[in-house]
Design a protein around this ligand. Structure first.
Ligand code: HPA
Length: 280
């Protein structure tokens, strides 16, 4: 049997989601490690485990629930239909970059115009402390891979997409304004995306600092590349869960990452809930 094309796989997933919810999302959100809180603020929510969506890759990492939530975000200007990916799949689980990006492409085909990503990250910038929130202004894709490798799916976007404003300056400004209004400190920095799954060595962190990275993590860059390819406006927030290797006397653990996520997830949710309705 001929392998289904990406376009067919996306169309199949989207048709199936339309069969589960009448809402037509205008914004998409991807929630990282321990940051699932935002999904709880939605009304008229339809919860769809990834395993039920045709073609959708499913994750096994603790703290990544692995479901799509389609619902309405309450706001002063009226409810905003959103689609949320609560939990993501990662390259280190064995997924190819285009599978990592599949969920974001589904969101794009659902018709969203802005995409909001969150992640847990290590702080490479010595000024960052665990618990700090950082708006991503740009990234270094150091995975050595791209979700766009292979024949270009022309129906999604161009062969050579521009990455100049990968993190939309206007959406970034909205995050800044809303953070200020909420009295929430918000830094701005460059995210280095690595493959993992081992955390970095202190020498790698010194290298990343010299390359201009403020944050390090194992997600987001492939999703952003696929999103920009489709022309989606993108914004991203990192929650600093730990100082990167060599900057802290204690070893790094996934438990620590999840604990800080649980403590600060509420703030991330509030900031997203304030900024997203203004992106329309
Ligand atoms: N390195 C890579 N990924 C991470 C880290 C880190 O220190 N913290 C959370 N995700």
């Amino acid at each position: 049997m001929k392998k289904a094309s990406l376009a067919d796989r996306l169309a199949y997933a989207v048709a199936w989601i339309h069969g589960r919810s009448d809402l037509r999302p205008v914004a998409g959100v991807v929630l990282g490690s321990g940051l699932g809180r935002f999904a709880e603020s939605l009304e008229k929510a339809t919860l769809i485990p990834y395993g039920e969506i045709p073609e959708f890759p499913t994750s096994s990492v603790p703290g990544h629930a692995g479901r799509m939530v389609v619902g309405e975000l309450p706001s002063a200007g009226g409810p905003v239909p959103v689609a949320v990916l609560q939990g993501r799949v990662h390259g280190y689980e064995g997924f190819a970059p285009d599978e990592v990006a599949f969920g974001v492409r589904v969101l794009g085909r659902l018709g969203i115009s802005s995409l909001w990503l969150t992640n847990a990250a290590g702080g490479v910038n010595p000024a960052y402390q665990p618990g700090d929130l950082v708006r991503i202004t740009d990234h270094l894709n150091l995975t050595g891979q791209s979700p766009l490798t292979g024949p270009n799916p022309d129906l999604l976007g161009p062969r050579f997409p521009d990455m100049n404003a990968a993190y939309d300056p206007a959406l970034g400004a909205l995050l800044e304004e809303e953070a200020r209004r909420l009295g929430m400190p918000l830094a701005a920095g460059v995210y280095a995306g690595l493959s993992g799954p081992s955390y970095e060595t202190p020498a790698e962190i010194r290298m990343l600092a010299r390359l201009g990275a403020d944050l390090v993590g194992m997600s987001t860059v492939h999703e952003v590349i696929a999103a920009r390819h489709m022309g989606l406006r993108t914004a991203a927030l990192s929650l600093v869960t730990n100082r990167a290797a060599g900057l802290s006397p204690t070893p790094l653990t996934h438990d620590e990452v999840q604990r800080v996520g649980a403590e600060r997830g509420e703030q991330v949710a509030r900031l997203l809930a304030a900024a997203i309705p203004r992106a329309r």
